[in-house]
Design a protein around this ligand. Structure first.
Ligand code: SGN
Ligand code: CA
Length: 534
């Protein structure tokens, strides 16, 4: 163990040659890729008091202390399925074709895990997959996945042998399987790539029993724009992801119908609670009952109720994060105890960011900061200096080429991202990107967020919402970090807007995205807009 050497060259992978006695510097690192679902940067303390303002995550922070934290880490399309396909292929949504949830990922496409496997890595995946079929055919050696979105309690788990209900808490079950897999390969001298994909903190935000009480009684700061009126932002006004209006009071917030009752308010997906054992239900809802009774007894104004809901949301969401953080701690402990830590790259990220009350919202999808950003920390002892902070803009298209690079495999022309290796080494290439491109598609769909594309460069962001509306938005993040003031019609911004439109056009050309209206198609010009579609 610990000596993951470069294996004999294989035709399929075109790897570098090696011998069993390869010197240490030629050993290929193990990779542990930990990804949660819907984890906002604001719920990671390593992101500092300004961004990571909400709750401590000591174990995720350990990765940042041991290695690097990316201050400007972004997704390409803030939605689960598309983001996962992007991480696997290193491509934007329009290239790998998985633009919206519910589509089926074309597994015959190249992905980095299969490539590493072909070059001699042992590969495994545990947790949420969500690409609309089992990972069979994706070229991953060992796997066990949560069915679809996954359930927090007693989830259905699908393995090559079939499906079964497994008693326990999803985050812990996924961690147990991951560690058992690592234990099971003790003695192997092959390198490994292990993907640990948590369901948490995705809706419906159910903490482990040991954490249900954790934040009850804590009052979290209500975002200053919680009662946003969306002036000048019609797409933002039209969404259905408002905490106080759109969250399901039973399903998400676990609110009961009256004082003394355990009966939940409206809950469209009863299965989440019905599948719990009576003991789990008792412990879980028993912990929430005093808060529910007090809420029902109080005569709250709409505004007070909106704030109550925000607090309940935080208690539940951050409670689920606590178990994810425990899981990261167990993985890091395993690495340290097994002696593998020095030869292993560990990454923690999420499939996208999330709103924790900013603009009044939960969910993601918009190109506004909270869901455009995604957490990214990475350690590789001896290779990445402890406490490194990376300011360069990076995107989830960069993960696949990074893994290829560290595994000593050749670059691939189909990949649209770039390896992060020189960036974390402190010598970023001089032509590193200075702007990022984004494109969201899923409309009509859950939460009614209009399709849009956009560019962020330095302090400015330009986006265009299209479809049944056609609306440009422009923000100066330096003076308006919460994106409350759309300055698209501000004459003082005319030159900046023109420059950003050029940049947007340039990026669409560079990444070969012709989906949606062409940048220069005027509002309402259906012909020009159609030209831009394919
Ligand atoms: C579910 C959620 C939505 C969420 C989507 C996509 N509803 O449909 O709120 O936006 O997943 O999330 S739920 O109550 O059924 O969970 S994603 O992370 O998979 O993209
Ligand atoms: Ca997600």
């Amino acid at each position: 163990p610990g000596c993951a050497t470069v294996p004999a060259a294989t035709e399929s992978a075109g790897t570098v040659a090696q011998t069993d006695t390869a010197p240490v510097e030629q050993r290929r690192p193990n990779i542990i890729f930990i990804m949660s679902d819907d984890h906002a940067q604001s719920a990671i303390s390593a992101y500092g008091t300004e961004i990571g303002r909400l709750a401590p995550t000591p174990n995720i922070d350990r990765i940042a202390k041991n290695g690097a934290l990316f201050e400007n880490s972004y997704v390409t399309n803030s939605l689960c399925g598309p983001a996962r396909a992007t991480m696997l292929t290193g491509q934007f949504s329009h290239m790998h074709g998985f633009t919206q949830n519910g589509q089926k990922f074309d597994n015959s496409q190249w992905n980095w895990v299969r490539e590493l496997g072909a070059s001699g890595y042992d590969t495994a995946l545990f947790g949420k997959w969500h690409l609309n079929y089992s990972p069979e055919g994706a070229g991953i050696d060992d796997w066990a996945v949560l069915d679809d979105q996954g359930k927090y309690y007693n989830p259905d788990i699908i393995t090559p042998d079939g499906r079964s209900v497994v008693e326990g808490y999803a985050t812990d079950l996924v961690t147990d399987r991951s560690l058992a897999w690592l234990d099971g390969r003790a003695g192997s001298d092959k390198p490994f790539a292990l993907l640990i994909h948590h369901k948490a903190p995705h809706r419906n935000f159910m903490p482990a029993l040991r954490h249900v009480q954790k934040y009850i009684g804590t009052e979290f700061p209500v975002p200053t724009n919680y009662f946003d009126h969306y002036d000048g932002r019609p797409a933002a006004a039209a969404q259905e992801m408002n905490i106080y209006r759109d969250m399901y009071e039973g399903h998400d917030l676990k609110m009961t119908v009256e004082e003394g009752s355990r009966e939940l308010r409206f809950n469209p997906w009863t299965d989440d609670f019905a599948r719990m054992t009576p003991e789990q239900r008792e412990a879980y809802f028993g912990a929430l009952q005093p808060g529910n009774d007090a809420m029902n007894a109080a005569d709250m104004s709409d505004r007070e109720m909106a704030i109550w809901k925000y607090q309940r949301y935080m208690h539940e969401y951050l409670g689920t994060v606590a178990a994810v953080d425990d899981s990261v701690g167990r993985v890091l402990d395993w690495l340290e105890n097994s002696g593998e830590a020095d030869n292993t790259i560990v990454i923690y990220t999420s499939d996208q960011g999330f709103y924790l009350g900013e603009h009044g919202w939960f969910d993601k999808r918009f190109m506004y900061e909270e869901s455009l950003r995604t957490p990214l920390v990475m350690q590789y002892p001896g290779h990445i200096a402890p406490g490194t902070r990376i300011g360069a803009p990076v995107q989830n298209v960069d993960y696949a080429p990074t893994f290829l690079d560290y595994a000593g495999l050749p670059e691939r022309g189909t990949i649209q991202g770039r390896s992060l290796r020189e960036v974390v080494d402190g010598t970023p290439p001089s032509d590193w990107r200075d702007a990022i491109y984004y494109h969201y598609y899923e409309y009509p769909g859950f939460h009614s967020v209009r399709a849009h594309y956009g560019v962020k460069q330095g302090r400015y962001k330009l986006m265009r919402f299209y479809g049944d509306i056609d609306q440009w938005e422009f923000y100066d993040l330096q003076t308006d970090p919460n994106e409350m003031r759309n300055r698209i019609d501000d004459p003082r911004m005319k030159d900046e807007i023109a420059r950003m439109k050029d940049k947007l056009e340039e990026l669409r050309r560079q990444y070969r995205d012709s989906d949606g209206p062409a940048v220069d198609a005027p509002i309402g010009d259906e012909v020009a807009m159609a030209k831009g579609r394919h």
